[in-house]
Ligand binder design. Structure first.
Ligand code: CMP
Length: 138
């Protein structure tokens, strides 16, 4: 069964949207494999977003992601990576379709509520930054 790696960005805890978002994934039929709350160190966020280093929005993005606690999640299900990305919606919440998480609940491009891996390769790379082998063998 495929797995997806998800981060609920700091505004999810601040706006009390964690339950709403997790509930959408559960109702869809995705199984929660791991879930934890953490304040991310700058180095881990820089590693996560290494492909964006140097872009105009990069510093703002890293500052935002380290500004407060996030929720780290691994979910599992059939075609989980694609299913999660469809449920999350387009990167820019202005363009995200209604019915998607960003389309319904976000407006800002940096603070677009949620990050999700976009391929099996990015899943493998990203999940290892935040979870160890033992946590993933549950
Ligand atoms: P995320 O899915 O976390 O992956 C990279 C993030 O960079 C993205 O969501 C946005 O929050 C942010 N991002 C991407 N492009 C832009 C942009 N043009 N302006 C501001 N932020 C961006």
């Amino acid at each position: 069964m495929e797995r997806s790696f998800i981060i609920l960005k700091p505004s999810c805890l601040k706006r009390a949207l964690v339950g709403e978002i997790i509930s959408r994934f559960e109702k869809k039929g995705l199984r929660i494999v791991q879930l934890k709350v953490a304040r991310l160190p700058r180095e881990k966020v820089e590693e996560l977003y290494q492909q964006h280093a140097g872009k105009p929005f990069y510093e703002r993005l890293v500052d935002f992601m380290t500004s407060d606690r996030v929720v780290l999640m691994v979910v599992e299900g059939r075609n989980a990576i694609d299913v999660v990305r469809r449920m999350v919606g387009a990167t820019d919440p202005v363009e995200a379709n209604p019915g998607t998480i960003r389309g319904d609940l976000a407006l800002d491009k940096t603070d677009n509520l949620i990050h999700a891996c976009d391929s099996p390769e990015s899943y493998e790379r990203e999940v290892r930054i935040f979870f160890d082998e033992r946590e993933l063998s549950e």
